[in-house]
Design a protein around this ligand. Structure first.
Ligand SMILES: Nc1nc2c(c(=O)[nH]1)N[C@H]1C(S)=C(S)[C@@H](COP(=O)(O)O)O[C@H]1N2
Ligand SMILES: [Mo]
Length: 305
């Protein structure tokens, strides 16, 4: 696997995961030795910045999840997702593509470049994490199947297997979970299909064996355990958008200036913040504005939220 970081958190470039861990241990050790209150302004600022740069722990990322197919509680996916069979895994790719078909994941992975990306994840519920994914660019998969001229959107579908997914026995959502992106969003180099976490295969509760990750959008756009990808000329069905269009837009770009009807989106609670766990300001496009603002030129982002 190639280790390469691109368009991720500042200063994180080319720094392997274990370097973060070591640096965090060093800071924790220094704080303990000096006594918390002895932390000067500079050290505190450095530690706060470190907090922003450090990925959340494996335990945090794999135990605090949203995956309603396994229940609506944050720890339900960790408890229940073990029942999901993920091998073999096939993805049906259809619609406006030159080479539609049902592809084995192993066949896809043989052709993709898997690399590590440390991304912020901002849930629409106003909590956030930093996650060291491994995955490949969705654009490469789209090139593999050949996108036809008329295609404007990409639709995604999660596995729907009630016998392994207890949450889908209840009409909480209109199963299967579905999501969609505009084609230019899907082709953006920040958009990946993730297959791993901390260099290990993706745990079931995080969307094994393959899930979408779109770091500048609210977490629910990053659909898990994908079994179908369809190229279309129309805006596709998106589960949360269809469930409540007033509260969840099709775009759902992270935007601190557009509040959810029931809560503010101006700040977020970083999971596992510990000592420095004060709410932190939410960044426009989750901090990826430099890369993605141009995708939305001329659009009213309060209207197309
Ligand atoms: N199929 C499916 N995908 C899903 C969800 C879900 O319930 N079902 N939850 C979404 C939400 S709300 C978030 S915040 C992220 C959470 O990803 P994580 O649990 O790996 O952190 O997954 C998204 N993908
Ligand atoms: Mo979410």
């Amino acid at each position: 696997m190639a280790y390469r970081w691109k368009n991720d958190l500042t200063r994180a470039d080319a720094t392997p995961e274990w370097a973060f861990l070591n640096r965090r241990q060093l800071i924790a050790g220094a704080a303990a030795a000096a006594g918390i209150t002895a932390l000067g302004g500079a050290a505190r600022a450095a530690a706060a910045e470190e907090g922003d740069l450090s990925p959340n722990s494996w335990e945090e990322i794999t135990n605090y999840c949203n995956f309603y197919e396994f229940g609506t509680g944050k720890t339900d996916p960790a408890s229940n997702a073990g029942a999901m069979t993920t091998t073999p895994w096939q993805i049906k790719i259809d619609g406006l593509v030159d080479r539609p078909g049902t592809y084995d994941l192993t066949e896809i992975l043989a052709k993709m470049t898997v690399e590590e990306r440390i991304y912020r994840l901002r849930c629409v519920e106003a909590w956030s994490m930093v996650v060291p994914w491994s995955g490949f660019e969705l654009a490469d998969l789209l090139d593999m199947v050949g996108v036809q001229d008329g295609a404007r959107y990409v639709a995604f579908e999660t596995l729907h297997r009630p016998e392994e997914m207890p949450g889908t026995r209840y009409p909480v959502l209109d199963w299967p979970y579905r999501e969609g992106l505009r084609l230019d969003e899907a082709r953006h180099p920040l958009t990946i299909m993730a297959t791993g976490l901390y260099g290990k295969p993706l745990p079931n509760q995080n969307g094994a064996p393959i899930r979408l990750v779109v770091p500048w959008k609210y977490g629910f756009k990053s659909i898990k355990s994908v079994v179908r990808i369809t190229l279309t000329d129309k805006e596709p069905f998106a589960t949360w958008n269809q469930t409540n269009a007033r509260e969840y837009g099709f775009y759902s770009n992270v935007n601190p200036e557009v509040d959810h009807p029931r809560w503010s989106q101006a700040s977020e609670r970083r999971i596992g913040g510990g000592l420095f766990s004060a709410r932190q300001p939410t960044l426009m496009f989750n901090g990826y504005g430099g890369e993605v603002t141009s995708l939305y030129e001329g659009m009213d982002l309060a209207k197309h939220f």
